[in-house]
Design a binder for this molecule. Sequence first.
Ligand code: 5GP
Ligand code: MN
Length: 371
Amino acid sequence: MNNAYIKFYNYIIVINGISKKYVDLLLMTKKDFIDLKHFLAIPRNIAVIPHKNADGDAIGSVLACYHYLKNQGHYVRVVSPNDYPEFLKWLPGSQDVLRFDLQNKQSKRVLNSAELIFLMDFNEMGRVGDDMQHTMETLDTTYVMIDHHQQPSAVAKYLYSDTSICATAQMFYHFLEQIGDVNAISKEIATCMYTGILTDTGSFRFPNTTPTTHRIVAELIEKGADNARIYDSVFDQNTYGRLQLLGQALQNLVVIDAYHTAYITISKAEKLKFDFQKGDTEGIVNYALSIKGIIFGVIFIEDEEQEMIKISFRSKGSFSVNQFSRNHFEGGGHDNAAGGRSRENMEQTLKRFKSILIEYKEILKKSYVTI
Ligand code: 5GP
Ligand code: MN
């Protein structure tokens, strides 16, 4: 038995243990990986898709997949539901990404002619947004879903889901292991994967950053990923406005000691005042979680485009923000990082949040003690 097979065997057991709780999912078997490899033996028309408001892991994963398939001789397009942050646009291949909202006809043509569609870093079709979801629902094609979020829905024929893995970009590495193509990782692919892992692990600090993650990342550096340069491109290209907005956000921080909770608000007017650009609020929620004694951090951001309050939840330890968001704020994600939304105004949203929090007082206390 070779190494790759042993790894595969291990994770399939782990996945079954976790996912059976939710849905009877048909997870990819060794035979599925082989079938897919056979399907990819001749040039195909392929589309690769991240979720709406894509982050570093979503864009890193789709571009890694894009370069890999293109290098194998396929005709590949990445279709992003909408724009993504400026600090990801230096990634190789970013200039080739189609925007479904802007280049709608061209995107639809690509999707309609795709023989295979990769869905990366999301677990349900709704995550591409209403417009794109409507188009996807009319397609008669084969889907491959590669994702690490909890409670995936069974939309794909080929589902590779593992909620224990820190980033979809790392899963794409394992995907290549399964189809025996790790040697095909070029400098571009390594750069995209590294970026996905770097951003989704909070620069390798979250608990799901494992020895395996570090081994993979070491290999990606050997294959040409320039770690210092990637960090600089992602995190050290701030605008003055972004730092001013961060200053304002920190001024707005509210700590509720009794609940080990802290939250931040950012209003429409504040975004306007500091020349808000997409991606400027990324990571700010972590400041709430960085306070001593806080295990639940939240940011509420007024989103004029979608006429709602966009919410990010973060936690430390056993308090599941995935469940909290699913139960109260139409969202989901991971145990320690989830997103959600509120259709009420800021004042009403905060009022509701604080009243819900009361129900969680004991759970939060317990989670704090066991951390
Ligand atoms: P963020 O707060 O950064 O938007 O999201 C945190 C994590 O939760 C990310 O991995 C993101 O993909 C996921 N996420 C955000 N919103 C949703 C949602 O509405 N549903 C699900 N299932 N996941 C979400
Ligand atoms: Mn991710």
